[in-house]
Design a protein around this ligand. Structure first.
Ligand SMILES: [Zn+2]
Ligand SMILES: [Zn+2]
Ligand SMILES: [Zn+2]
Length: 302
């Protein structure tokens, strides 16, 4: 009894209780707490636990320590580590995945993973993979498909801010076009460009970007107000959209490092220019044009 933190309850142990306990894999250690409870010892693992007399007589009591051992074994077979039960749902527990993330799974599902019936996929890692896939193409993974199709996601084009439902496989292969800016998939020729705008405040700003069609990009997509003064300052043709994208990204990165204060606060241009990437102060225009000169020289050599 010293293994149980419960007071002993004096009184006889009836032979039918002993018989029921034995039939169900337990020995009665004694009566505890009140007339309704017994201490039972599991014949399989030797652990002692509190069980209601009613449960013993009317059902199969479960040994909590055997259950725990089973959950741990199931987890191990599935390549996971059992952490703890989910107090909010008796069919669920938390596990440590091999990647180090904590996941919540149903016991039954973990058994099926261990049996090889189904696979395991960490949703955190998977989300990171999908985010990376999208970023490579210049898009952001924004949400699950609102129409509930598991093959689709909603992505946002980083360059133009357009949201679009795209099949994930197409995002992986790049075989889609942006409905916002009409940029074709990265196999097609493209241009890196610099555009100058005069904001409503009178401030001059410059945008660096890439597009398959800079003219229509400027005319139809970037400007919210067709009266806003703007012009294409320079375009550099690139063999593919992908090389254009990479070149543009490298230039933004360089500009961020070399001129950390030149990016204009988005509040200054939001509502006037339709983009989500950096817009730079007009004073940076000569620097950006210089970068495009260098790019053209290297693109021509290659
Ligand atoms: Zn047991
Ligand atoms: Zn993970
Ligand atoms: Zn776009």
């Amino acid at each position: 009894m010293d293994t149980l933190p419960h007071p002993v309850f004096p009184g006889a142990i009836l032979p039918k209780w002993v018989a029921a306990a034995e039939a169900k894999g337990f020995d009665i250690v004694g009566r505890i707490i009140d007339r309704l409870h017994l201490a039972l010892r599991c014949r399989l693992c030797g652990a002692t636990q509190k069980v209601r007399l009613f449960t013993l007589m009317s059902a199969q009591p479960l040994c909590q320590s055997c259950l725990l051992a089973e959950w741990r074994k199931d987890a191990e077979a599935a390549g996971l580590t059992f952490l703890r039960r989910d107090p909010a749902h008796r069919h669920y527990a938390f596990y440590l995945a091999p990647c180090g993330h904590e996941v919540r799974r149903q016991f039954e599902l973990v058994r099926r993973i261990g049996a090889g019936v189904t696979g395991f996929r960490c949703e955190t890692c998977h989300a990171a993979t999908e985010t990376g896939e999208a970023q490579t193409r210049g898009w952001c993974l924004t949400s699950a498909d609102p129409e509930g199709n598991p093959n689709y996601r909603v992505y946002t084009h980083s360059d133009c801010g357009h949201d679009q439902r795209i099949v994930r496989a197409n995002m992986q292969s790049g075989r889609f076009s942006c409905g916002g800016c009409g940029e074709d998939w990265p196999g097609a020729a493209s241009y890196v460009y610099a555009m100058g705008f005069t904001l409503a405040s009178g401030r001059e700003v410059v945008k660096l970007g890439f597009s398959r069609d800079p003219d229509s990009r400027l005319t139809y997509q970037l400007r919210r107000d067709s009266e806003m003064p703007c012009q294409i300052l320079r375009v550099v043709p690139m063999a593919t959209g992908h090389t254009a994208l990479c070149a543009e990204k490298a230039m933004h990165k360089w500009l961020r490092q070399a001129h950390p204060d030149a990016a204009v606060d988005p509040h200054a241009w939001r509502g006037q220019i339709r983009v989500k990437t950096e817009i730079y102060d007009g004073s940076l225009t000569p620097v950006i044009l210089g970068l495009l000169d260098d790019l053209e020289a290297s693109a021509t050599v290659a």
